[in-house]
Design a protein around this ligand. Structure first.
Ligand code: SF4
Ligand code: FES
Length: 243
């Protein structure tokens, strides 16, 4: 393969009546990623193309987009795995600012709802909170969430219930609930178990399928459902409901 055709979603809400796809021919080089192809378009063919990225290494989460039918990170997706046509669209369920760039305000506001920080009920230690190796092990994998938004964009419930908090936030809520240094379990379960929370999940596993970090948001939702249900039937005792 010496060239690849990019079909790129284009849309400027203030200028275009409706979105359209524009085709670009990009010379292929071995090991080229989708992000590198988009940057070639930006630098050589059309400097007006809007696309978001930062780390180029699968760490910042800002390049998530819909690539040949699946939400993925553009910087980690090899064109060789896709074939000669690469069709890219922005993340779903979020307003488009320009082309592949979406407004993430709603995504971050929902994330903030679950209080994404350690909550302490006791006074702060003189130096630091210690955590045993076993307790740290409970956070392995789940701390790898880079908040890319792929799970949010793939979730059908986000598309039908605009206030649904979303799999990214539930995953983070579970991450803090699992943390031995945190005392916010009760507060968070009340939030995630509420009207716009986990019990709206239809368990279709779209979030699990697309997560580029192989985290299991649907597994976190199941854990939170179990904890919330237990909470409803027992008087609250943190030691009993801690994961
Ligand atoms: S759980 Fe996975 S898909 Fe969802 S925001 Fe985190 S890294 Fe992205
Ligand atoms: S540019 Fe940071 S994850 Fe792709």
């Amino acid at each position: 393969m010496d060239k690849v055709i990019f079909e790129v979603f284009r849309f400027i809400p203030e200028e275009n009546k409706s979105p359209y796809f524009e085709r670009f021919e990009v010379p292929y080089t071995k090991g080229m990623t989708v992000l590198q192809g988009l940057l070639y378009i930006q630098s050589k063919l059309d400097g007006s193309l809007g696309c978001r990225f930062a780390c180029r290494a699968g760490i910042c989460g800002s390049c998530a987009m819909h690539i040949n039918g699946v939400y993925r990170l553009a910087c980690e997706t090899q064109i060789s795995l896709l074939g000669e046509i690469v069709r890219v669209r922005p993340l779903g369920h979020l307003p488009i600012i320009k082309d592949l760039v979406v407004d993430m305000t709603e995504f971050w506001n929902k994330y903030k709802q679950i209080k994404p920080y350690l909550i302490h009920s006791s006074s702060l230690p003189e130096r630091e909170f210690l955590q045993s190796v076993d307790d740290r092990e409970k956070l392995t994998k789940i701390v790898d969430c880079i908040l890319c938004g792929a799970c949010y964009a793939a979730c059908p419930v986000v598309g039908t219930h605009k206030d649904y908090i979303g799999p990214h936030a539930f995953t983070k809520a579970n991450r803090f609930i699992r943390d031995s240094r945190d005392n916010g379990t009760l507060e968070r379960l009340r939030i995630v178990g509420g009207e716009d929370g986990i019990f709206r999940c239809h368990t279709v596993f779209s979030c699990q399928e697309v997560c580029p970090k192989d985290i299991d948001p649907s597994g976190s939702i199941s854990e939170l459902k179990m904890l919330t249900t237990r909470l409803a039937f027992t008087s609250f005792d943190k030691s009993k409901i801690k994961v």
